[in-house]
Design a protein around this ligand. Structure first.
Ligand code: 0O2
Length: 221
């Protein structure tokens, strides 16, 4: 009957959305392990923070109609690959590539797509490394390969993207030219800051290494 059908639909939908939550939890654990291991070896955390979200049903529907694809669960699963989103904010640009390669080399992860907006920033100045991954999720009666979009950026890239996002929404996409120019200019400043911070960080690492070598040699004498 109709009530039974509704109940089945609700259960299917709940399980569908839960799959994305589980995939995010798995990835977050992987990231925490990498961060803790890195910290114990190098005495600093490459990851400042992570943030995950499951896309809202409204946003999924908007994207479906923008892409002009069907709204069955199998179509949503295949066509909307950022239902599960994980954003990783790092200290330095080189940490972004380290985390990305560590994730990509894990056996249970499939790399579907890599978009490098750091090597190739968007015309507005947006920079970030995007990975579309597939993560296996084991449930009581089946295994699902779940798409997750991972965005990896520095604090400066994240600062810029959050402000740009707010401005874009405030003006509903029709941002005045003066503000667009200022945003592009701010993106260059953010890039310059990233380069300067990374240079300083490398200098400090070299000094730390020289100190260790010096102390070890002194101990051996
Ligand atoms: P939200 O609310 O953050 O989820 P695709 O997913 O491949 O169909 P697209 O746009 O080609 O669509 O993917 P892309 O370029 O990888 O961008 C996807 C996400 O990256 C966006 O998600 C944003 O989070 C972020 N992003 C991309 N370009 C910009 C930008 O110019 N400014 C800012 N602030 N963020 C950007 P959503 O779904 O648009 O939004």
């Amino acid at each position: 009957n109709q009530l039974e059908q509704l109940r089945t639909l609700k259960n299917n939908l709940t399980r569908f959305m839960m799959m994305y939550k589980f995939a995010l939890e798995e990835l977050e654990t992987k990231i925490r392990i990498l961060n803790d291991e890195f910290h114990s070896l190098h005495e600093y955390n490459p990851i400042e923070h992570t943030k995950s979200r499951v896309k809202s049903p409204e946003s999924i529907l908007r994207k479906l109609s923008r892409k002009g694809v069907g709204d069955s669960l199998s179509s949503i699963k295949e066509n909307i690959r950022d239902i599960a989103g994980l954003r990783i904010t790092c200290s330095f640009t080189e940490d972004i590539y380290w985390i990305s390669s560590m994730l990509q080399s894990q056996e249970d992860i499939t790399v579907v797509e890599v978009k490098d907006y750091i090597q190739n920033p968007k015309p507005n100045g947006y920079r970030s490394l995007h990975l579309i991954l597939q993560v296996p999720v084991f449930m009581s009666d089946r295994q699902e390969l779940v798409y997750v979009e991972v965005q990896i950026r520095t604090i400066a890239m994240d600062f810029w993207a959050s402000l740009e996002h707010k401005i874009f929404y405030k003006y509903e996409g029709d941002v005045p030219k003066r503000l667009l120019d200022e945003l592009t200019d701010a993106a260059s400043s953010a890039m310059a800051l990233d380069m300067k911070m990374e240079k300083l960080h490398k200098e400090i690492e070299t000094i730390k290494l020289t100190d260790v070598t010096h102390n070890t040699t002194a101990l051996e004498k």
